[in-house]
Design a protein around this ligand. Structure first.
Ligand code: GTQ
Ligand code: FE2
Length: 375
């Protein structure tokens, strides 16, 4: 058996530049030697590998819900949902990430579509997942046997390695946003996956799940659960719109009364959190909801890590890096690492946001920079 010499994909060329050694035939020979031995010197790569601040490959981009939904509906006509493909989910592909179905280097964001009577079979995976519902109802996601209703404004969890399947018991199709840490898990070669039953394990359709009945009372930890209240993901699989809406409404009402509570003038925000620890809902994903008063503008912030925003309601504009978009219901946009973000509300602007921030916080790589509020 003969072993072929692997060819290096690296092409090192001696260049004339003040930061590089003089280009000579001898330097070229040295570089051919590096190539032959699959070696790359730091001095030709340092600008890319060790930039002064993050230089993301992902770019700021906006996807219109109004363009995605008809394609999801068409997929509903043409593509059956079932074992193998597992989900009728169509992911955002950031134009800076080489055509992969990655919204950012760490985050997956997809529209998932389920027609009446359809079942997305049970499975489990190490990727953490959530659903956020922009419109519609009628789907129950069954998480470890607990049926969880999905309705407009709700935020639902499927933490890593929990069994889950979805079924639509309504007479209308339903579309929603999925968020997962698929690109992060892919990039770190840490994925595991297991197929479960073809059907969901229960067809019960209660208004609220067992997990909510146990954990969904503010400030009240079930004593039976006190021993394992610090599991790495939230025990609550559903965060209901009525609670999110009330929390935001109260922050703005407090501002009107001159009391503290809002994040910044005219901008209320809540973070979905683990009721046992107060930390993020899942180890890799942060999720928040933001509400702006008409005419309010956020400070300009940049932070390490990336995020995806979805417009729940209202109109306004978002500026990310050198991009600026008009926002309408359902639109999704991506903020790559360290790109400045400014949001301005026209009317009734409500936004859902998720990010990979917990990863960077836990690894002590997180930084944030806030510039003054824009007028
Ligand atoms: O609903 O279980 O968008 O496993 C991607 C992977 C959704 C899901 C996605 C998944 C799911
Ligand atoms: Fe899944």
């Amino acid at each position: 058996m003969s072993l072929e010499t692997p060819t290096s994909p690296v092409r090192l060329t001696a260049v004339d530049s003040p930061t590089q050694p003089p280009a000579t035939p001898e330097l070229d020979d040295l570089y051919r030697g590096f190539e032959r031995e699959l070696l790359v010197p730091l001095w030709t790569e340092i600008g890319d590998l060790m930039p002064l601040s993050p230089q993301p490959s992902a770019v700021p981009h906006l996807w219109h819900w109004g363009s995605m939904l008809p394609l999801a509906e068409r997929a509903g006509d043409l593509v059956p949902v079932g074992r193998g493909g597992e989900r009728r989910a169509i992911a955002l592909a950031n134009p800076g990430l080489g055509g992969r179905p990655f919204a950012t280097p760490t985050l997956w964001a997809a529209i998932q579509y389920l027609r009446p009577d359809e079942v997305a079979p049970e499975h489990r995976h190490t990727q953490n997942a959530f659903r956020f519902v922009i419109e519609g109802e009628g789907v129950w996601t069954v998480v470890d046997g607990d049926p969880v209703a999905m309705r407009r404004g709700d935020f639902l969890l499927t933490p890593g390695w929990r069994w889950h399947g979805h079924h639509n018991v309504a007479t209308e199709p339903m579309a929603w946003l999925d968020g997962l840490d698929i690109p992060f898990v892919h990039g770190t070669d840490s994925a595991f996956f297991e197929f479960g039953s073809e059907q969901v394990s229960t067809t019960e359709t209660p208004r609220i799940s067992r997990g909510e009945r146990l954990w969904g009372h503010p400030g009240l930890t079930p004593v039976s659960q006190a021993g394992n209240r610090s599991q790495p993901h939230s025990p609550l699989m559903a965060y209901r719109w009525e609670h999110t809406d009330a929390a935001l409404r109260e922050q703005l009402a407090l501002e009107t009364e001159g009391a503290p509570g809002v994040l910044e003038p005219g901008h209320a925000a809540v973070r979905f959190s683990h009721p046992g620890t107060g930390e993020d809902v899942m180890p890799t994903l942060r999720a928040e909801f933001h509400r702006f008063r008409d005419g309010a503008t956020s400070a300009t912030r940049r932070e390490v890590g990336s995020s995806v925003w979805q417009v729940f309601e209202g109109t306004g504009t978002a500026r990310v890096g050198d991009q600026e978009w008009q926002l309408t219901r359902g639109d999704l946009f991506v903020v790559p690492s360290w790109q400045p973000l400014t949001i301005s509300a026209e009317s009734g602007l409500d936004l859902f946001r998720f990010s990979d921030t917990p990863i960077f916080e836990r690894l002590h790589q997180y930084r944030v920079q806030v510039e003054g509020t824009h007028s």
